[in-house]
Ligand binder design. Structure first.
Ligand code: FES
Length: 350
């Protein structure tokens, strides 16, 4: 084979390889350098290069057509048009065509670019030596001289009182951070585990501030309640309501799937904690057909007809249920406190 010139480097292949081989033979630990560049067919045959060029242009052209198809699909297909496509079955014509055309347009740009890079762009490997990280001796000397001059000007060596108190202050500052570590535990379990709910506490409507009666709760409605005696202007109102807030809904008793939920309800009226078990947002979006409630923060969804178990989202466990009944005045009342801690799911971490 004759010595071949590589267009990008002008290095003769055999000469470069032979040079490395001679060096390696002389010193087995010598840097072998980069392997000799092997020209591709497109580097030496202009017709092959043109073929690759046409292939890349073909993919980019198809991508343009796919984008035009995307715009056309958007204009042509109505939102509710359903078509049968094997093996997918019945799908929305609009969604299917938008997805296919956009996917194709992006895919073809990608494959065109990859083919271009692999066949036509230069593939010669190059190496660039790293620079030393260390500063030059003159720079180091200047920094040290500046530092010494600054220390002298501040008179830190002479004014020992300032120097010593400054070191003391700097040494103590990190202690603030260490003290804050106390908040990592142990947890104030009792405070977090108990709420204002207790046997005999009436459920008060948070909008009207009136005690709730079973007839106030109709199927399909969502009512928020808090314990009687909790005043909105109390100094710890936010702390208490953050643990005690309730969601009250009514479900046909036969539609309650969970046995304990049915037993803890009163004529289909169920009371669950309103505090999401993910990171504690108040839950408020109720879908009466499915009995699902959705937390607006990260979309955790709970099935209130099945023990408020999590059916979607990051929440770690079901919403705690409050056992309720009716007192002698016909008002809804709690039959005790929650049996599980309300709020975020860290309780389940061993
Ligand atoms: S706080 Fe409810 S899903 Fe995150």
């Amino acid at each position: 084979m004759s010595s071949q010139q590589i267009p990008e480097t002008n290095l003769p292949v055999e000469q470069d390889a032979a040079h490395g081989a001679v060096e390696a033979a002389a010193d087995p630990f010598a840097d072998p350098g980069l392997p000799a560049h092997r020209p591709r067919i497109q580097d030496i045959d202009e017709r092959a290069a043109r073929r690759s060029e046409r292939a890349v242009a073909f993919m980019f052209t198809l991508s343009m057509l796919a984008t035009i198809g995307f715009i056309a699909s958007y204009v042509i297909f109505p939102v509710d048009k359903i078509v049968y496509i094997w093996p997918l079955g019945h799908v929305s014509a609009l969604n299917f065509s938008l997805g296919m055309t956009l996917g194709l347009a992006l895919f073809l740009i990608g494959t065109g670019a990859v083919h271009w890079a692999r066949t036509l762009m230069s593939d010669v490997e190059v190496a660039d030596d790293r620079h030393a990280i260390e500063a030059e001796p003159e720079v180091k000397a200047k920094v040290m001289a500046d530092f010494a001059a600054g220390a002298k000007e501040s008179a830190i060596g002479r004014r020992k009182l300032i120097r010593n108190t400054m070191f003391g202050a700097l040494a103590l500052v990190p202690l603030s951070g260490v003290v804050l570590l106390r908040d990592l535990g142990p947890l104030p379990e009792k405070k977090l585990r108990s709420t204002l709910w207790a046997k005999g506490k009436q459920l008060v409507n948070m909008n009207t501030m009136e005690p709730l009666r079973p007839e106030d709760i109709v199927v399909g409605s969502l009512t928020f309640a808090m314990p009687e005696g909790l005043e909105e202007d109390a100094h710890d109102f936010q702390t208490q309501i953050a643990k005690a807030a309730l969601m009250i809904i009514r479900i046909e008793p036969d539609n309650i799937k969970d046995k304990r939920e049915r037993e803890w309800a009163h004529e289909g009226i169920v009371a669950f904690s309103k505090i999401c078990t993910h990171v504690g947002c108040p839950i408020s979006l109720y879908e009466q057909q499915t009995h699902h409630v959705l937390c607006p923060c990260h979309q955790s969804t709970f099935d209130l007809s099945d023990g408020a178990r999590v059916i979607f989202g990051p929440a770690g466990h079901a919403l705690p249920q409050l056992r309720i009944g009716v007192n002698s005045e016909g008002n809804l009342e709690a039959l005790g406190d929650f049996e599980e801690p309300v709020g975020p799911a860290f309780w389940e971490r061993g």
